[in-house]
Design a protein around this ligand. Structure first.
Ligand SMILES: NC(=O)c1ccc[n+]([C@@H]2O[C@H](COP(=O)([O-])OP(=O)(O)OC[C@H]3O[C@@H](n4cnc5c(N)ncnc54)[C@H](OP(=O)(O)O)[C@@H]3O)[C@@H](O)[C@H]2O)c1
Length: 270
């Protein structure tokens, strides 16, 4: 009998790809999100035991972010429920350079009886195609509080492939896999690439953190605006500019660059 691998966040950018790759490998996958059956809702821990019944390995993408207050309580509880359910391996997605995420990372890495791995990712390239910055392709404006900082944007397919290796292989227990793309680009350079692949002019507009907060709050409310502003304040200071070789070390092939990923994207709404 094959063991079941559960994917929390299975309708999201990473989880969908992790679940698809596991399916392709013939693994038994339980996709979990708020609308699945069984459902998994971070706000309703009383349903977690049911969702994880019979699960041996687990991928978890927490929302909104491991650095928000209360995330550590949720992850500690998840680890406990998972252990009681018989889970023996957890792969947790985290954000590179986020000091506030460390408590959650340690909870998974040091969970007794569980082989824990953290996949600590730089900014997703898919933020520009299916995430929070996808509107730039339609509006022609990429406004970010990033100045001229460089970020080694990573392909989410690469993150998923690394996560699947950690879930199915034996070599990554106890490790933090710090994954980045192969090159570091400024947001202005990404705007140029977006212009090139869409055939329309997209300009990078550097904004202040206050301006960014106001714009996000208008669209998504103060809670999301506070979270994203604090995230930008922390990680867009140059700390994440260096690339790592983790993707190629784990997968045996190079990480995919931004141009390649943008070229393949459909730019819905553009
Ligand atoms: N974007 C980046 O550049 C970046 C970089 C590094 C790390 N990260 C981390 O990536 C994580 C997000 O992962 P992702 O981008 O793969 O997901 P995502 O695309 O943001 O999608 C969120 C997923 O979580 C589910 N979800 C939303 N609210 C939920 C709730 N209350 N309970 C249970 N599930 C819920 C959604 O499914 P339903 O709505 O169907 O329930 C969906 O499957 C965050 O922890 C973030 O910090 C992001």
């Amino acid at each position: 009998m094959t063991s079941t691998i559960a994917v929390i966040g299975s309708t999201g950018k990473t989880g969908r790809r992790v679940a698809d790759l596991l399916d392709e490998r013939g693994e038994t996958v339980r996709r979990l999100a708020r609308g699945t059956s069984p459902a998994f809702d971070w706000e309703q821990p009383e349903g977690w035991a049911r969702a994880l019944e019979g699960v041996e390995r687990l991928y978890a993408a927490y929302v909104p972010d491991l650095a928000v207050p209360g995330a550590d309580v949720a992850i500690a509880r998840l680890v406990e429920v998972a252990r009681n359910a018989g889970v023996r391996r957890i792969v947790l997605l985290s954000g590179r350079g986020e000091a506030g995420a460390r408590t959650c990372e340690e909870l998974v890495l040091n969970a007794p009886g569980i082989a824990g791995t953290v996949v600590s990712a730089s900014w997703f390239t898919q933020n520009f195609t299916e995430g929070m910055l996808a509107s730039a392709a339609a509006t022609g404006v990429l406004a970010m509080p990033a100045g001229g900082v460089r970020e080694p944007f990573i392909d989410v397919d690469d993150i998923a492939a690394v996560a699947v290796e950690a879930l199915t292989g034996d070599g990554h227990a106890g490790r933090v896999l710090e994954v980045t793309g192969p090159e570091s680009l400024t947001f202005a350079e990404v705007a140029s690439l977006l212009s090139e692949v869409t055939g329309r002019e997209i300009v990078y507009v550097p904004v202040t953190l206050d301006e960014f907060y106001t714009a996000v709050a208008e669209e998504d409310g103060p809670e999301v605006a506070t979270m994203l502003t604090e995230l930008c304040r922390e990680v867009l200071d140059g700390r994440n500019e260096a690339t790592t070789t983790t993707v190629s070390d784990v997968l045996g092939r190079p990480a995919r660059d931004v141009r390649t990923v943008l070229n393949e994207a459909s730019f819905i709404g553009a």
